[in-house]
Design a protein around this ligand. Structure first.
Ligand code: HEC
Ligand code: HEC
Length: 244
């Protein structure tokens, strides 16, 4: 508990002082936009490195201040679920956030090499996250237009995110089952409207023309897709690594 408070106060002070710097760098990186998943050296190195899970836990302590000890984020969508996400996707997103190819001013200062380490740290922390079971009780949508959402999902999303939202590790397509509704809604809107710069251009094309109502319906449907039982935490599970 004490550690969490310490990390959180660190979070607040560093986030504050680095905000301006992050904005400046984001401006620069907009001008040198990369092709989708054109991997930088860091991403390649992290993907190929042999992970050290013990160091991964050390690194994860910083992350847990926001993503929580279980890696489940928050139901209100402020912080996404990380547990269960494909390692390839986690590494891509981390490398993108560090390279300011995806804006995340809240997290940016904590994700930098000077706070957590180089490409090896990305390999390690994602290997640790991969050991965490998934949230059995994620945030879901209003539930009032699910038939429409289901049809939209089948026609527009299955080919990349899979029948049941399982994603595709090899192609860097995120697993979206068990993810929080509010987080996904925000990302989906940012992808549709061009605000998330690392978005897959084929997805952008696919959802061009989605109204806000379509968006709510499809994400509501996705938020109710369940991972296989063996990937979910048992009722009442908390992360024992954080026991004092
Ligand atoms: C100060 C809070 C904070 C800390 C500390 C933090 N994150 Fe995050 N992280 C966020 C927020 C907020 C988002 C979602 C941003 C958005 O909505 O676009 C996020 C998003 C992510 C994503 C993208 C998830 C996805 O589904 O695409 C990954 C991966 C991630 N964080 C990993 C980490 C790791 C690993 C650490 C520790 C090294 C960490 N985060 C530390 C706040 C934090
Ligand atoms: C052409 C493949 C493709 C299609 C079609 C597609 N997506 Fe995606 N989607 C992706 C990829 C790739 C990402 C991650 C982008 C990145 O950051 O590199 C993504 C990201 C997302 C995210 C954010 C996930 C996160 O963890 O941040 C959501 C939510 C999402 N897609 C939902 C959908 C839904 C719903 C549909 C159908 C209406 C859809 N996608 C169609 C490939 C696709």
């Amino acid at each position: 508990m004490k550690l969490t408070i310490l990390v959180l106060s660190l979070v607040m002070s560093v986030a504050f002082s680095n905000g301006v710097l992050a904005e400046e760098k984001a401006e620069q990186s907009k001008e040198t936009k990369r092709a989708w998943n054109e991997m930088n050296e860091e991403q390649k190195t992290a993907l190929n490195a042999k992970p050290d899970k013990e160091n991964g836990f050390e690194v994860y302590e910083v992350c847990s201040a926001c993503h929580m000890p279980e890696g489940w984020g928050m139901k209100n969508g402020t912080f996404p679920l990380l547990a269960g996400q494909h390692r390839s996707v986690l590494i891509k997103q981390l490398a993108d956030i560090r390279a300011l190819n995806r804006d995340n001013p809240t997290m940016y200062p904590f994700a930098l090499p000077e706070s957590i380490g180089d490409a090896q740290a990305l390999a390690d922390v994602t290997a640790y996250i991969a050991t965490l079971p998934m949230n059995p009780d994620n945030g879901v949508g209003p539930g009032d237009n699910l038939e429409h959402g289901k049809k939209l999902y089948k026609d527009n999303c299955v080919k990349c995110h899979g029948e049941n939202g399982e994603g595709d590790a090899e192609n860097f397509y995120p697993r979206i089952q068990a993810q929080h509704y509010a987080y996904m809604l925000r990302q989906f809107e940012w992808i549709r409207d061009g605000k998330r710069r690392n978005a897959n251009p084929d997805m952008v094309k696919q959802i061009d023309g989605f109204t806000d109502k379509d968006m709510v319906a499809v994400i509501d449907y996705v938020s109710r897709l369940k991972p296989p039982k063996e990937d979910l935490a048992k009722p009442g599970w908390t992360n024992p690594d954080f026991d004092d």
